[in-house]
Design a protein around this ligand. Structure first.
Ligand SMILES: [Zn+2]
Length: 324
């Protein structure tokens, strides 16, 4: 017997563990639905082999959100496996079709600088064949049934990390994408990437209400029901801790670059090339970290704690009511 690359979770659910956990749902008649496809074509090639080994034929891909490390394998699989259909939530689909948008928003909306045009931030674009659900319902965290390849899945809105991110539920397994992170990932990154902190906190709470037996995050360990509450509590604590550190960093007014440097210092983090981080990854890592810092600043601004002022030719964040 060959050693299976896929790890079986329940009768019809599997995943390929890795830097990105890739989900598989067997349709029961030989077909397979992939949930995310990993960073690049090398991963996708391995994923395809793993699905073949399990005696399944890939028929559809669900992309949970547009980040390059989740959609990077789409192009390879759509090109190399016949008749595969790509499904994604609206808005995320736009970013999947125009991947230049991810490094663009990390570059103040301008045409992206070269260091941001890497495979970590920019996948190959592919057309999306089917939109899953409606933007506002997903942002509101609603769940709904979705028919695909002869099976009915439950889709749940898990917005926050990305604006219209979804999770997929089938047979007691919640494929949660980046709706939460393993404790090992939290320890490694300190600040969890987010687009909208209020939505992200609501997503942790929503996952706490679920009653599936298994929860598979995009990064980190498959999590059983017995520990999911503790893991979600750790996600919430990490997010609240990050908000507190960002607020502390605004004790003195500063622009985004200055505040980001203070928060990096508060986390005792250095973004520099190391044995595990090649030089080409440092600027993308910085851009993601700074993006997360701004998400916390925007959250504090929404709450009326922090405000933005234009002073001395700088756009400054400051405590509300402080004199600039
Ligand atoms: Zn992501």
């Amino acid at each position: 017997m060959p050693i299976m690359t896929l790890t079986q979770i329940t009768e019809h659910t599997y995943y390929m563990p890795g830097a990105n956990n890739l989900g598989v749902i067997a349709t029961g008649d030989g077909g397979a639905i992939a949930i995310d496809t990993g960073l690049d074509k090398d991963i996708a090639r391995r994923f395809r082999k793993a699905i073949d080994e399990a005696g399944l034929t890939l028929r559809a891909i669900i992309s949970t959100h547009h980040h390059a490390d989740h959609i990077g394998g789409n192009d390879y699989l759509l090109r190399n496996v016949p008749d595969v259909r790509l499904h994604a939530p609206p808005l995320e689909a736009t970013f999947i079709e125009y991947p230049l948008l991810e490094p663009t928003y990390l570059n103040y909306g301008a045409s992206p600088i070269k260091p941001l045009q890497t495979r970590w931030l920019m996948a190959k674009g592919t057309p999306v064949n089917h939109l899953i659900g409606e933007t506002e319902a997903i942002i509101a965290g609603q769940s709904f049934a979705y028919e695909i390849e002869g099976v009915t899945l439950e889709i749940i809105g898990l917005p926050g990390h990305s604006r219209v991110q979804i999770g997929v539920v089938y047979e007691g397994v919640c494929f949660a994408a980046d709706g939460f992170f393993s404790e090992s990932i939290i320890r490694k990154h300190g600040i969890l990437y987010a687009h909208d902190i209020a939505l992200q906190l609501a997503t942790f709470d929503r996952l706490m209400q679920r009653s599936e037996a298994w929860y598979l995050p995009g990064h980190g360990d498959l999590t059983p029901a017995s520990v999911i509450q503790a893991v979600l509590a750790a996600n919430r604590a990490a997010t609240e801790h990050a908000t507190a550190l960002v607020l502390a960093a605004v004790a003195q007014p500063g622009d985004t670059t200055a505040i980001t440097a203070r928060v990096l210092q508060a986390f005792e983090q250095e973004i520099a090339a190391t044995e595990t981080i090649p030089p080409a990854q440092t600027i993308p890592q910085y851009a993601i970290f700074a993006g997360a810092v701004v998400a916390h600043l925007s959250y504090l601004e929404q709450q009326g704690v922090v405000e933005v002022v234009l002073a001395e030719r700088q756009l400054l964040w400051q405590r509300k009511g402080a004199t600039g």
